[in-house]
Structure formats: C-alpha cells, structure tokens
Ligand binder design. Structure first.
Ligand code: MG
Length: 343
C-alpha cells in the first residue's frame, strides 16, 4: 500500500469499528516481536495478551479512558477505568490481580474531583477483588487537555484462557444482560434529554459474574468478548470473522431496556452499535448453554442474561440478524462508533 503524505487521523480511527481495525493492522506491522513464550500477543488483537508462565497463564491488558463528562449517570471515569481493564481480563478467562493507573491531568483540575474519581476507582477495585499497585501522574498546561485521561493496565491469572476466536458452528451465543445502556445513558445525559432519571450506564467490573459462567460451562465455553466500542455489532462481527463461522442472532431475543430502544429511535442511533461497559458475549457448546445461562441469571449482574443466537457453518465471517417478523439481514460491522468519548 502506498502511504500518502497527507493522511491524518480522524475520530473514526479511534472508534472501535472497521476503520480502527484497518489502522491497527497497518500500525502493528511496525513491531517485530509481538508475543512472549508462545502466548497470545498483539497479532491476535484479543482483549488481552497471554504469557504462559510456570504452568499458569498470565493475562495482560491496557486501556485508556477519555470519557466526557467525567461524571455520568451510573458511574464516572474512575469506575470506567477499572471496569474496562478488569473486564478485558475477565473475558480472557482470567481473575484480575493488579492494575496500574496512569493519570494525565490538566492544570487547574479540582483536586476534590480527582479524589472523588480515585475513591470511585477504589470501590470498583474492591468489587473486582483487585489491587492498584503502581501508577504515574502527568500534568499538562492550561488548554492542552480537556477533561482527564486515565490509562489502566491490568494483570490477571487464568487457569484456562478463553479467546474471542474460539466459536464453532453450533455454539450458542449468550449475552450477560441488557445491550446499549452505557452509550445511550451517556448520550441522553450529554444531550440533556431528560432520560437520566431512568437510564444509567451499566459500567461495572463483571469478573465475578464471568467466573460463575466459567464454573458452570467449563470446557464448554468456547469464546468470550466484551461488547465495548462498536457495541454488540462490532463484537459479534469480530468473533465471527476470527472463528470463520457465521453468527445468527435473533433480534427479539436481545435484552434491551425500553428507554434505550426509544432513545435509539429518537436519535437515529443503533443501540447494537454503541458501547457497553458491564456486559460480555459468551459462546457456549450447545449442551452447556442452559447451565451457563442459569449460572449467569443466579448472579445479580446477570439477571437479564439471554441466549440470543448461535454460530453457524453458513455465512462464515458474517452476522445475520433475524428480525422479529422473521426477515433476515446482515448486522454489519460499524464503520465507527457514532458518538466520540464515551469510554
Ligand atoms: Mg474488550
């Protein structure tokens, strides 16, 4: 590919969709050594990397958080920074051990707000059962940064690694709860649409919920991923593409709050393309699907877990949405997230 001198990064390049995928594929080629000890690395583009170590699997991940506003219905940037990283570890099959926190703060930022954010991080860490063990702080001059940037890296341990590429035809597809809550809550709050009273972000560490699913599903759990940027649509497309299977999803089976559905229609934004911050998509062998679903629903975070579809040998790499009236259409990989700075 010839590289044009005047190419620039756009917001869509950071949005988790197809454009970001293309940019990543191009940039990652610059690195020579991209995995350790035969584990999973940069090339797999999974939720985290895996270093096989003394018969265990050390899982490592990192994530930067730039959400605006810093405080939103149901959470704040601190809770998001912990949940984002913990959940990336969890969907690799790992229990989170420790996180780092890199703060980039603008000059003039109120220290009281910073304290609120860090206290919120601490509560989320406690929920996850993880420790914050190292960090870094940088301050930028006035006007050089709007808001706050928090980078968290996380380390976890997995007995059995679960990738986002392991689906087999016939596997059932589960989601752990309602779809579209985080993105739509942020949007409603920003637009001042008055949905705030009922609609909250789902931001939460869900490693304990995932652990329950793993206990019930064992080897039957074939793939997991968290539907963050790009939403359920991007998540399913990536899982289908990596595994070389099709995914058939029943629209009517996807759990969704009425407010999310309504707001999506009002704003012309598809809730299936918007970020979730406390949910996972789980692929399960058919004979274990009922047990895993039951295990999820037995946890307070999984009350609305649902079986939404199955992997198929047809349409490899594609996601097919079966509408409530029985029609079928492709659920495309979104080009980019319709809303910037929601995670
Ligand atoms: Mg992820």
């Amino acid at each position: 590919m010839t590289i044009k001198q005047d190419e620039r990064i756009t917001l869509l390049h950071g949005a988790g969709g197809q454009l970001m995928g293309e940019l990543l594929a191009r940039l990652l080629k610059r690195f020579t050594k991209t995995s350790v000890g035969g584990g999973l690395g940069l090339k797999e583009l999974d939720d985290g990397a895996v270093i096989p170590l003394l018969g265990k699997n050390l899982v490592f991940t990192t994530d930067s958080h730039v959400v605006q506003p810093l405080f939103f219905p149901g959470g704040d940037i601190g809770r998001l920074a912990v949940a984002g990283t913990v959940n990336d570890l969890a969907v690799m099959g790992a229990q989170p051990l420790a996180l780092s926190c890199g703060l980039v703060i603008p000059e003039g930022f109120p220290i009281s707000e910073l304290e609120r954010i860090l206290e919120s991080m601490d509560r989320a860490l406690e929920e996850a059962g993880a420790a914050l063990i190292t960090g870094d702080t940088k301050v930028l001059g006035h006007g050089e940064l709007e808001g706050l940037i928090i980078n968290t890296a996380g380390l976890g341990l997995a007995e059995r690694v679960v990738t986002d590429a392991g689906l087999r035809a016939g596997d059932k597809i589960l989601v752990t709860g309602t779809i579209g809550d985080h993105g739509m809550a942020l949007l409603a709050h920003r637009e001042g649409l008055g949905f705030e009273t009922t609609l909250e972000s789902d931001v939460a560490p869900i490693n304990r919920l995932i652990a329950r699913a793993l206990e019930a599903g064992g080897e039957g759990i074939t793939a997991m991923k968290d539907p963050t940027r790009g939403g359920l649509a991007a998540c399913l497309n990536e899982m289908a593409r990596k595994a070389g299977v099709g995914i058939m999803v029943h629209e009517g089976a996807i759990p969704m709050r009425e407010e999310v559905r309504g707001l999506g229609e009002l704003l012309g934004i598809n809730p299936l393309e918007i970020a979730n911050e406390g949910k996972a998509v789980i692929g399960v062998a058919p004979e274990r699907a009922e047990a895993v679903l039951e295990a999820l629903r037995s946890h307070p975070q999984g009350l609305r877990a649902a079986l939404i579809g199955e992997a198929t040998a047809d349409y490899p790499g594609k996601v097919i949405l079966v509408t409530e009236v029985g029609g079928k259409r492709f659920l495309e990989n979104p080009i980019g997230d319709p809303v910037p700075r929601i995670c």
